[in-house]
Design a protein around this ligand. Structure first.
Ligand SMILES: [Fe+2]
Ligand SMILES: [Fe+2]
Length: 263
């Protein structure tokens, strides 16, 4: 599936409905999706690739979105293999492609056998890259899952590409009303330890005019859903209380301890 997010931004992500154990440890009964985006301007940029399991479908989506054009830049926001498995193939296919990433990502690339696959432009906090009418601004987001992570703000369309942040378990479900349930479980499993880095990113995001958030998992967020996601992320990253009350946990083999806990 490819679809337009804005006039120039195209979604080229892939669903993985058979995925049952994300990162070999998190139950994903509704599958998973790996999002990826293309910006078609005077220059063409691709934001992240895909998981190895879905590379074939991702390449088909990419080819369709490019419509015969040659991509200029591959923005690597996150080097984890669920988003980075297509990098070497893509660079081999388009030898003039340049990778844009953080210095930390460049430093980590040899660990993933990506040394020298393409020329690299390293960017730091606040650096910009002009594609023509779209100017991308890079915002470092270390430990908003891994140390090399950065997010990308497109000033023209006022969208934030948020990497793993604002992600969700499940296949791409743009119309789902209950974003919070699986986004909450995703957040606490993937980013929950990193509340302070997430808070830092939220403060940087608050200074931007954001109309849409485009994460690497889960649906694009806008309007009321975007406002609600920002509200919940503020609570979650601060380890604050979402629902007032007292939580009593229990385990019970024969039900007697459960009965006592209920009482
Ligand atoms: Fe990740
Ligand atoms: Fe991810």
């Amino acid at each position: 599936m490819t679809k337009n997010i804005t006039k120039d931004i195209r979604y080229i992500g892939v669903d993985d409905p058979e995925m049952r154990l994300f990162e070999s440890q998190y139950a994903t009964p509704d599958g998973m999706c790996y999002n990826s985006y293309v910006i078609l301007d005077e220059k063409v940029a691709i934001l992240d690739t895909s998981d190895r399991r879905t590379l074939g479908a991702w390449k088909e989506n990419l080819t369709e979105a490019l419509g015969g054009r040659t991509p200029d830049y591959l923005i690597v926001q996150h080097l984890e293999p669920d988003h980075a498995s297509g990098i070497a193939d893509l660079c081999a296919l388009y030898p003039t492609l340049q990778i844009v990433c953080s210095a930390k990502a460049q430093q980590m690339m040899p660990q993933y056998m990506m040394e020298g696959v393409a020329p690299i432009i390293t960017v730091k906090e606040g650096d910009t890259l002009s594609l023509g009418s779209h100017v991308l601004r890079f915002i470092m987001a270390p430990m908003v899952h891994w140390p090399e992570v950065m997010v990308t703000y497109d000033e023209a369309d006022r969208v934030l590409f948020s990497a793993d942040g604002f992600g969700k378990f499940g296949v791409y479900d743009a119309d789902a009303d209950d974003w919070a349930c699986e986004a909450r479980r995703y957040y606490f499993n993937i980013c929950g330890k990193y509340g302070t880095p997430v808070s830092t990113l939220l403060k940087k995001a608050a200074a931007l005019d954001i109309q849409q958030i485009l994460p690497l998992h889960g649906p694009v967020l806008e309007g009321e859903k975007l406002a609600e996601a920002l509200r919940l992320y503020t609570i979650w990253s601060a380890y604050d209380v979402e629902t007032e009350g007292v939580f009593i946990a229990h385990a019970s083999i024969h039900g007697n301890t459960a009965a006592a806990a209920e009482r």
